[in-house]
Design a protein around this ligand. Sequence first.
Ligand code: SF4
Length: 301
Amino acid sequence: MESIINKINHLKRKKNALVIAHNYQLPEIQKVADIIGDSLALSREIANVGENIIIFCGVKFMAESAKILSPDKKILLPVKNALCPMADMIKAEKLKEYKRNNPDSKIVCYVNSSMEVKAESDICVTSSNAVKIVNSLDAKKILFVPDKNLGNYVKNQTNKEVITYNGYCPTHERVNKSHVKRMKNKHPLALLLVHPECDYDVLKEADFIGSTSQIINYANKSKNKKFIIGTEKGVLYKLKKDNPNKEFILLDNNLICEDMKKITLKDVLNALENEEYEIKVDNSISKKALKSLTNMLNKSL
Ligand code: SF4
């Protein structure tokens, strides 16, 4: 493993490239990454770095967002088929049809969506700013796509009429209130920190609900010593690294996103050596998607 890591580090310097990794990536990928974070934080960081080649270790919609926000950089996704099943649950055509039938409604789209879906939406949101952004919109009726769980979480914190689409994250859907009951009985002193992509029955039991970055910040600042984590397993790497004296237990061992685990060190090395696989975006769609992303970034400042 050391020799492949040395090769990666050597090529990064030689090519003036940067490896960035989502919090859900395998520990060895997070080890070689220059920046680790959630999808939006990473896209924002890319816009500010000097390197022109970015190895984006995540899934396709994230690499696409990075390309849309930094069109002059070469964005490489080390594995072609690292996709997000939730992002694929809705197609742009559906949104076009909805817009025709509901001209008074605004379309709010979670960043975990394709570029085409972003292009048909009014504004994007992340799991950390969704409530704030929906509340700030000058429309009473909102269609929230694609995640029904994040949509329901928002719906419970706004006076607006929020219609949710039936998409979901297959990874976070794996946990339910019986997992919570079992783990709370086993670890009564632990705090439960969960991602809003989980079912509302799970959220109701949580001590804290937030994005991966918010969960990490919460655990870093908390005086508690033990936590049950209700999000993808990869987050444990940073939680444990930042807090060697605290204990983190996954709400369920099946909280693993298979697509997020597709990228290996060999793939990162190949991406650096052969500059594969470059993210290309259609200019006209990308321009429209940029508007939805920029609308969000302007409101989040
Ligand atoms: S964890 Fe869920 S939302 Fe994230 S990439 Fe995997 S399937 Fe998509």
